[in-house]
Ligand binder design. Structure first.
Ligand code: UGA
Length: 483
């Protein structure tokens, strides 16, 4: 098949690379010339500057100029193409709706070219990146407006999680194709021939609108599930004595109907998709005159969760942030990425600064440059001058009054030792990811430990506490900061 992928970001580039692995002739097109020039080198450094996914650079290097071609000139590759995948970014607008400007620019541009083509064989235009329900139909009207002949439209949503894009494309759980005609379904079966009739991969053919809705349902359901653990499981273990979060998780998820994914409590789910998609679905349902109470509650729970530990620090640990120095460990929205979109760290920094901290000493294994460049640039807000960046967690912790752990980087699991050799109590550890398994040693050494999904453990009282791991809340904990 001759396939054109329009847009070569997180969705488009891995998709193009994996399609080329299957021997299709793939043209990856982008309007960003610098990006295309970087990809054309075929070098890992250049590619990873734009999209950093395990296995991606190798896949590109193997297929470039054999099955995979990069171009900024779409007019040159339109002729004879069977399928066009739209992988264009659709950022959120302030009101939650989706900004379709880039998408529509690309659609009109392509329609103009398709209207002039000589070869009138069937083309299928497929939406791959997440777009509001009804967008495939909108695409159809754009093509019709330009007089394009012999085309079909389809929706084929992408379900990849960051950090797993290549493996996820090679072995997806499901391939969902929404198209109108048997002819278009047939063309897309040829694109995905290795997945049709696969024993473990669900290959579903449906209407374009259903396919679009499947994507929104999936993401908002995942966020709802995470929010159930954060909003109910974590609250139980925080408020009631002797509930062990990890055991609660094992006991509940042992039911084959209940997933372990999503059951680890956190300081809120971030990333470029969940927040954006739930807001967009709320907007779409509201416009259709339907109730969105559940979705609205989930959105609010998740946003509040991002600053909840700070509220607990004030109310439960009686910690005053005014003029304090806080070490912020982790900036990205999850481990193994430098992506900070919708990251809890953004809300944490906002909240800490509003509470008058003197300094924030930040550390992240990957996201420091991203933070400096795009998020905490003092040109945007002079208060960002209070943020300093450090090469190690230990350096960030040194000289601080408290720690906030915001990302689940594996290296943070060893923090108990680092903390004890770097700072002395009174000291507060806010653990937004439950990253310190040996927290009891910290409490014994006099540190106050406040985890998401667990009660405040007061260092001063740990000696006097009973219960396994000392993890039993005393009736009235007296944190060292309150003395
Ligand atoms: C998410 C979905 O998982 C993908 O299926 C979907 O295709 C993608 O959005 C998208 O629409 O493009 P992603 O945003 O890369 O993928 O990240 P996830 O691994 O799902 O994590 C999202 C957030 O939830 C992270 O902040 C993560 O730390 C948090 N999380 C995850 C929890 O707080 N608890 C959990 O148990 C799992």
């Amino acid at each position: 098949m001759k396939i054109v992928v329009i847009g070569t970001g997180f969705v488009g580039l891995p998709h193009a690379a994996v399609l080329s692995e299957y021997g299709h002739e793939v043209y990856a097109y982008d309007i960003d010339a610098a990006r295309i020039a970087a990809y054309q080198t075929g070098e890992a450094d250049a590619i990873e500057r734009y999209v950093n996914e395990p296995g991606l650079a190798d896949s590109v290097a193997e297929n470039i100029n054999r099955y995979l071609f990069f171009t900024t000139d779409i007019a040159n590759v339109v002729d004879g193409a069977d399928v066009f995948f739209f992988c264009i970014n659709t950022p959120p607008k302030r009101d939650g709706s989706t900004d379709m400007t880039y998408y529509l620019d690309a659609a009109h541009h392509l329609a103009g070219l398709l209207a002039q083509r000589q070869n009138l064989s069937r083309v299928v235009l497929v939406n791959k990146s997440t777009v509001p329900i009804g967008t495939a139909r909108l695409l159809e009207s754009v093509m019709a407006e330009h007089g394009v002949a012999n085309f079909g439209i389809a929706s084929n949503p992408e379900f990849l999680a960051q950090g797993n894009a290549i493996e996820g494309s090679r072995r997806p759980d499901r391939v969902v194709i929404g198209a109108d005609t048997a002819e278009d379904m047939h063309i897309l079966r040829r694109v995905y021939s290795q997945f049709v009739n696969h024993v473990r991969i669900r290959y579903l053919e449906t209407t374009p609108e259903t396919a679009e809705a499947i994507k929104y349902m999936s993401n908002t359901l995942l966020l709802t599930y995470i929010s159930f653990w954060n909003g109910v499981g974590a609250r139980l273990a925080e408020a009631m004595p002797n509930i062990r979060m990890e055991d609660l998780k094992i006991g509940v998820t042992a039911d084959a109907r209940i997933s372990t994914w999503g059951s680890y409590v956190s300081n809120g789910a971030g990333g470029s998709c969940f927040g954006k998609d739930i807001q967009s679905l709320i907007y779409q349902l509201n416009r259709a005159g339907r109730s969105t109470d559940l979705l609205q509650a989930v959105y609010n729970i998740n946003e509040y969760q991002k600053i909840y530990l700070i509220e607990r620090a004030i109310h439960e640990a009686h910690f005053s942030f005014n003029q304090k120095t806080v070490a912020l460990l982790g900036l990205s929205f999850k481990k193994r990425t430098n992506d900070m979109r919708d990251s809890a760290a953004l809300r944490v920094v906002e909240s800490l600064l509003a509470r008058g901290v003197r300094a924030i000493r930040a550390y992240d294994p990957l996201a420091v440059d991203e933070a400096r460049r795009n998020w905490f640039n003092p040109d945007k807000n002079y208060l960002f001058e209070r943020i300093s960046y450090h090469a190690t967690a230990q350096e960030a912790i040194s000289g601080s009054d408290a720690i906030y752990i915001s990302t689940d980087w594996e290296e943070f699991r060893g923090l108990a030792r680092t903390i004890q050799t770097t700072v002395t109590p009174p000291y507060l550890i806010m653990d937004g990811r439950r990253m310190i398994p040996d927290y009891d040693t910290l409490a014994t050494a006099g540190f106050d430990y406040l985890p998401v999904g667990g009660p405040l453990l007061c260092g001063r009282e740990a000696d006097a506490m009973s219960g396994e791991n000392g993890h039993r809340m005393t009736a009235r904990p007296v944190p060292s900061h309150a003395l």
